[in-house]
Structures are given as structure tokens and as C-alpha cells.
Design a binder for this molecule. Structure first.
Ligand SMILES: Cc1cc2nc3c(=O)[nH]c(=O)nc-3n(C[C@H](O)[C@H](O)[C@H](O)COP(=O)(O)O)c2cc1C
Length: 198
């Protein structure tokens, strides 16, 4: 579930929340899964992965991850990202473009402090996306962390990412294939509205 905290009243945010609530009513599974695509200048590669969208606070979309992971390296090298959701229960796709940045250490500490110890042990014990000898080793590292680590203090290598889209495209599927595509793009601080051909 994504939590909405004083969400922006601007039109694309209202639209996003309307669709979210609609998908929620239709019991959409993994409703908070958002695919983030990023470009890493150093490796000259584009990569995508799902993350859980935890909050929309004002105009910021927020998720949490490992700051030493491949995605973190790509965000460091190139802060432009694309975010993508598809809710099959209502046949709606939402595309967004944004710049991404880390949330503050204070914010991370507060969030981490209030999470379950199990989740925190996972975050602490995993050198995300690094090679390891076996899955058993992953479990051992997790159990060690659960017993011995300080599970209330957020480590420096973990925390939130926030992005504020300047581009939204809402795609609504129709049986007739006359799919509706509406774009909201922020130009000179104003949202411009466009319709795209399907
Ligand atoms: C539905 C779903 C939600 C996920 N949520 C997160 C998340 O919130 N944070 C995270 O770091 N990884 C999450 N993952 C794992 C990532 O997709 C990815 O495997 C991991 O972050 C490593 O990505 P990277 O190597 O590009 O850094 C999720 C995976 C799935 C399938």
C-alpha cells in the first residue's frame, strides 16, 4: 500500500490518486509496485527494476533502497529516471519522468526506527546485488544481523529516494482499442495537458 501524506492538489496528482483508489477497489495486487528505469553513464547501460512506492508526500514519490546498489550508482551518475505502473485490474498504465534524489538522513532514521526488526535485518544484512556463494549464506547473514545488529539505527548505506515527476502519461485501455492517452507535462511551472494518439 502507498500512503498519501498531504498529496499535492495539482491535477496529475489528483488523477493518480483517483486511479489508485479505483485500482484498490478492484483489489489490484502489488498496487504499490512501480518500475524505475535508470541510465548509468559509467557503464552506458539502461536498467529497470520494481520497487515499492511507500509514500506520496506533497509532490514527492518515495521508495527505499540500498545506497550502494547498482540503481544507486546509476542515480548518482544520471539523476533522470522513468517510473512506470500498470494496474491490470483497471487496465491503466501510468508513465512518469522525473529527477531523483536521496531523502534526508533524519527522514531515513525516523522511517527505519518505526519498521519491523525483520525488515531492518534484511536491509542491514544484504549487500544488495553483490555476488554471494549461496542462498544459505544470505539466510545466515540475515539471522546473524537479527541477533547481533542494532536494528533501530538506519545504516548510511540505506534510505529513501524521492522523485517529483515533471511528466505524467495516463493510458486507459478500452475494449475497442481506442485507448485514451492523456499527458500532463510541467512547462514553466504550469501543467500543460495533451492528448496523444493511441
Ligand atoms: C514488487 C517488487 C518490489 C520491490 N521493492 C523493492 C524496494 O522497495 N526496494 C528495493 O531496493 N528493492 C525492491 N525490489 C527488488 C528490486 O526489484 C531489485 O531486485 C533490487 O532493488 C536490486 O536492484 P539494482 O540491482 O538495480 O539496484 C522489489 C522487487 C519487486 C519484484
Amino acid at each position: 500500500m502507498t500512503k498519501f501524506i498531504n498529496p499535492s492538489c495539482e491535477i496529475p496528482y489528483k488523477k493518480f490518486i483517483e486511479y489508485y483508489n479505483h485500482a484498490f477497489k478492484h483489489k489490484q495486487k502489488a498496487i504499490d509496485a512501480v518500475c524505475i528505469s535508470s541510465y548509468d553513464i559509467d557503464s552506458n547501460e539502461v536498467s529497470s527494476r520494481y520497487v515499492n512506492l511507500k509514500f506520496i508526500t506533497n509532490d514527492e514519490f518515495i521508495f527505499f533502497s540500498n545506497y550502494d546498489s547498482p540503481k544507486a550508482s546509476s542515480f548518482n551518475s544520471h539523476s533522470q529516471i522513468a517510473a512506470l505502473l500498470y494496474w491490470p485490474s483497471i487496465d491503466v498504465q501510468i508513465r512518469m519522468q522525473a529527477k531523483i534524489k536521496k531523502t534526508s538522513n533524519k527522514y531515513n532514521q525516523k522511517y527505519f526506527f518505526n519498521r519491523s526488526e525483520e525488515k531492518n535485518a534484511l536491509a542491514i544484512s544484504s549487500k544488495q546485488s553483490k555476488l554471494i556463494d549461496s542462498y544459505n549464506q544470505v539466510k545466515e547473514n540475515y539471522n546473524k544481523s537479527l541477533k547481533h545488529d542494532d536494528l533501530k539505527t538506519c545504516p548510511d548505506f540505506w534510505g529513501g529516494y524521492s522523485f517529483t515527476p515533471y511528466y505524467f502519461e495516463f493510458w486507459g485501455g478500452h475494449e475497442s482499442r481506442l485507448n485514451k492517452r492523456e499527458v500532463y507535462e510541467k512547462i514553466d511551472d504550469n501543467w500543460k495537458h495533451f492528448i496523444l494518439q493511441p
